[in-house]
Design a protein around this ligand. Structure first.
Ligand SMILES: Cc1ncc(COP(=O)(O)O)c(C=O)c1O
Length: 457
């Protein structure tokens, strides 16, 4: 395959989602023939692991350039963006890379979301439609404004908000829709934007986990009234703590720029405090690191995509493993998280968790389970604290809060619907930066476990 496809043509061939799947089959050897002469005995049962050692855990990746950039910021004595230029330079560069006219940096994804909702004038008595399957930060940004997060159940095939259920959740109090692109996988953003247009409701995209994911050639985060990104250390583009608000609406983004900078109008920074605001500014230190990390990220993202597509397409040939559903065939996932549907029936009823355990023994960091990544924000105690707070009691009638409490049940998210598919998943942010040989080891290990499924049944 390497000889017939350059790296560039490979990326091109695979950039339309899975449309390019066929090319891999050309000339490919039989599925299990890839097994080398390594021991066929599962490492879990005392055999030799396919990989001699685990993948590196080193993250973030740094080199001298990061050190120099940090030192330069330090020595400049302009540590705040009001006097420096690293924050403003990065904003311009990142806006261009994300395909939007405006970007404002913040000190986190949480504050990027908070600022967006504040500028939307979300407040007491309002409702924001969102998902229970997210990191709690998404929900905190709604409840801290004394608005109700109205949860919509998740799609069992993806774990993302089920866009088909959104319209039924809209009421006269709905102020916005806040979908979350989880782990590099876009939500059904085209359907959500159609609802947004039809019902005249703004969308704030939580793209904190999905920088550089795309649908139809457009980056997620560029669809909604704003899109919010996180550069927190566990993400794929990082500076410790940091975030960005992206958008195209001139006046709305002007207010977002002001909001994060204590109300200073970004068009007239020196003159007064025209707009409501707070201080969500990023420091020059963070921006200096981010600038260096972004140079690296621009190489890492296509490499992850190339490796992820290669592994996925090879594994899709194993009966019982299927690529996870994409909502559009023009979806580009980021492969920071690798996932495949796992059909137990094809594997002698061995649960995905057991299959994954065998893979971990082969030094492949796979996990098995369902797409409920989080335990469900609707169940968190903090929500009840908010509902009982004086601010909520003053903002909503007792009947409304009682009815809300009763509504906090979601069959798919709560696992009541057996339709939930198993999946194999791997935090692939670091592994997919590896060599082709390492990708072949991942493939070989999965084939080995599949071949030996009898031993796990
Ligand atoms: C889905 C989601 N939303 C929001 C956030 C908040 O971002 P930050 O930690 O940068 O404030 C995160 C961070 O983990 C997240 O995963």
């Amino acid at each position: 395959m390497k000889s017939s496809l350059t790296r560039r043509s490979f990326v091109k061939a695979t950039s339309a989602g899975l449309a390019g799947i066929g090319f891999l089959t050309a000339g490919a050897k039989s599925l299990y023939a890839a097994a080398t002469n390594k021991s066929n005995t599962l490492a879990l049962k005392g055999g030799t692991p396919v990989r001699g050692k685990p993948f590196s855990q080193t993250w973030p990746i740094i080199n001298e350039n990061d050190e120099q950039a940090l030192l330069k910021a330090l020595k400049s004595r302009n540590w705040c963006c009001l006097r420096g230029h690293a924050v403003y330079d990065f904003e311009k560069m990142f806006a261009e890379a994300m395909g939007v006219p405006y970007c404002y940096l913040t000190n986190g994804g949480t504050t990027a979301l908070s600022a967006s909702l504040s500028v939307l004038d979300v407040g007491p008595g309002d409702e924001v439609i969102t998902t229970p399957n997210t990191f709690i930060a998404t929900i905190n940004t709604i409840t801290n404004l004394h608005a109700l997060p109205v949860f919509v159940d998740i799609d069992p095939d993806t774990g993302s908000i089920d866009a088909n259920l959104i319209e039924a959740a809209i009421t006269e109090h709905t102020k916005a829709i806040l979908p979350v692109h989880l782990a590099g996988w876009p939500v059904d953003i085209e359907k959500i934007m159609a609802i947004s247009r039809k019902r005249n409701l703004p969308v704030i995209e939580d793209a904190c986990q999905s920088v550089y994911a795309e649908v139809g050639g457009k980056k997620v985060g560029a669809f909604g009234r704003t899109g919010c990104i996180s550069f927190q250390e566990y993400k794929s583009l990082v500076c410790g703590e940091g975030g960005a608000i992206l958008g195209s609406d001139d006046e709305f983004m002007r207010r977002c720029g002001a909001f994060v900078n204590n109300g200073r109008d970004p068009k007239q920074r020196e003159r007064g405090y025209a707009f409501p605001g707070s201080n969500h500014r990023m420091t020059e230190f963070q921006a200096a690191i981010l600038t260096e990390q972004f140079k690296r990220f621009k190489d890492q993202a296509p490499l992850r995509y190339e490796n992820g597509s290669y592994v996925e397409q090879a594994l899709a040939r194993i009966p019982g493993l299927t690529p996870r559903k994409r909502y559009s065939d023009k979806t580009r996932i980021t492969y920071v998280q690798f996932e495949m549907d796992y059909d137990r029936a094809a594997f002698k009823n061995v649960p995905a968790a057991k299959f994954a355990e065998a893979l971990r023994a082969e030094n492949i960091p796979m996990h098995g389970g369902s797409r409920r990544y989080y335990s469900g924000c609707h169940k968190e105690k903090m929500l009840q604290e908010h509902l009982n707070s004086s601010a909520f009691q003053a903002s909503f009638s007792k009947a409304r809060l009682d009815q809300y409490r009763q509504s906090l049940r979601f069959p798919v998210m709560d696992g009541e619907k057996p339709a939930q598919k198993d999946m194999l998943s791997m935090d692939s942010k670091i592994p997919f930066l590896g060599t082709r040989k390492e990708m072949d080891e991942i493939i070989e290990a999965v084939q080995k476990v599949a071949r030996n499924i009898d031993k796990l049944a």
